[in-house]
Design a protein around this ligand. Structure first.
Ligand code: AMP
Length: 451
């Protein structure tokens, strides 16, 4: 097993790690260290709790020389004020024996206070995008010395609608810089951002966390459309003793709300919903109610569900197959923990079959197909998204929140004008997870990783 001694750390870092009592780097730390140090662009897929913060902070601090200059050399962007505070705190712990100035800035605090702090100079600035941009526009903060840009929890950032803020900030940064990005899940938005702004990034992903798959009883249903999926859900969830604590994954915010409203009609007071358009308070309340058993059913989107501590889930229901197959494994890993056998159900329409196949390929396992029970009514009603195109064009309302890549409004750099061959990330992942696997062998990811 790798120790921190193997990582070629500096003495001050070695000592602070000793103080922290850490013995071994986590897998993401071990993998990211040499890549971040090499100066190449890097995309890390890792969830909270994997040690991802130190995965980028450690190598950055390793190579950051003492300087008296006022302008920051490292910019770390994170989606929330809480995360700013947390990341600053982690950096300070690691930099205990170094002479290093770290500054955290976020919205909701008097701008002048932050301007003053910036004017005093710093080496690393940790910020939420809005506040960073305001400071940069005020000209107090100069970004011309930034050598490394880190974007942490980029999936959450894009889900919260920060894309344009990010692009504005990119415009102010020197062209020659290292981009380092961490995301808990891969989404289309994240992939689009990488394609547009990263130069041949190294992608690192750590083993799918959670439960070995053989502890989860998986089933799938072929269902023609959204409303039949709802009929099937209503039928299944009627059995309260079997469906004790159910986490339903919805494809997007709009559908999450739609499913919630329809389930509330059938099972009033038993449901809660979380996604990024809900306030922090609302989300916390929902999770509390679900964990305490006040609500039996929680409907969530991928991005927001990651990192949540949800306990003893009896069933994970995937309202749709995920676009990125490894996200499916993250989802179902939420059940079947701690000795209990968990159950997962996947609902698939004709159009979604390809996505299901990718999941099955990744797992090297064909999910057993169950026939829709007799009493479930097959609906012929279609949602706006499901209707044939001619119908849809008559409506001016944009009803789907699914990401639709539009024409890029910015000029791509010459080197980035490449043809998208259909998801390089998916190919990478396929390569990584391909071949011989025994379902449920929890070591298989580890083994593959080291190939
Ligand atoms: P993160 O995934 O960055 O949110 O980190 C999760 C927690 O793990 C933090 O409280 C870190 O202080 C801690 N941590 C980070 N790296 C290590 C390590 N190598 N060994 C033990 N704990 C760690």
């Amino acid at each position: 097993m790798t120790t921190f001694e193997d990582l070629d750390l500096s003495n001050p870092l070695r000592n602070s790690i000793l103080d922290l009592g850490f013995e071994h780097p986590t897998p993401i730390q071990e993998e990211a260290f040499p890549v971040v140090r090499s100066g190449k662009d890097i995309v890390g897929i890792a969830q909270t709790g994997t040690g991802k913060t130190f995965a980028y902070v450690l190598p950055i601090l390793r190579d950051l020389k003492f300087s008296k200059q006022l302008n920051p050399r490292v910019l770390i962007l994170v989606p929330t004020r809480e995360l700013v505070i947390q990341v600053v705190d982690e950096i300070e712990k690691l930099a205990k024996y170094m002479t290093l100035r770290v500054l955290g800035v976020y919205g909701g605090v008097n701008l002048n206070r932050h301007k003053q702090a910036v004017a005093e100079g710093c080496d690393i600035i940790v910020a939420t995008p809005g506040r960073l941009y305001d400071l940069a526009l005020s000209r107090v903060l100069k970004l011309k010395s930034i050598q490394k840009l880190v974007i942490d929890e980029v999936d959450v950032m894009l889900d919260l609608g920060f894309r344009f803020q990010l692009l504005n900030i990119f415009d102010l940064l020197p062209e020659r810089r290292q981009n380092i990005m961490f995301s808990a899940t891969m989404t289309e938005d994240v992939e689009a951002l990488i394609e547009d702004f990263f130069t041949a990034p190294r992608k690192i992903a750590i083993a799918v966390s959670g439960t070995p798959l053989d502890n989860i009883e998986q089933t799938t249903y072929d269902v023609p459309n959204f409303y039949t999926k709802m009929n099937l859900l209503n039928f299944l969830l009627f059995d309260k003793s079997e469906y004790e604590k159910v986490l339903i994954f919805a494809p997007n915010k709009r559908n999450a709300d739609r499913i919630f409203n329809l389930l509330e009609e059938e099972f009033p007071g038993q449901n809660c919903v979380i996604h990024s358009n809900k306030t922090q308070n609302y989300r916390m309340k929902s999770i509390e109610n679900f964990n305490e058993g006040k609500h039996r059913i929680l409907i969530a989107t991928d991005v927001i569900a990651r990192g949540l501590d949800l306990q003893e889930i009896s069933h994970v229901i995937n309202f749709n197959p995920t676009q990125y197959p490894e996200n499916y494994m993250h989802r179902i890993g939420r059940t079947g923990r701690a000795e209990h056998k968990g159950k997962s159900i996947l609902l698939v329409t004709e159009r979604e079959k390809e996505a299901k196949q990718r999941i099955e390929e990744l797992m090297n396992y064909e999910i057993p197909l169950v026939t829709i029970p007799e009493p479930v009514e097959i609906s012929s009603q279609l949602t706006e998204e499901e209707r044939p195109r001619e119908d849809k064009s008559q409506s001016n309302n944009r009803t789907s929140q699914e990401y639709v890549p539009g024409p890029a409004f910015h000029e791509k750099k010459e080197k980035n004008k490449k043809v998208n061959l259909g998801g390089s990330y998916r190919r990478e992942i396929a390569k990584k997870y391909k071949k011989p696997k025994t379902r449920g062998d929890k070591n298989y990811n580890k083994r593959n990783k080291r190939k």
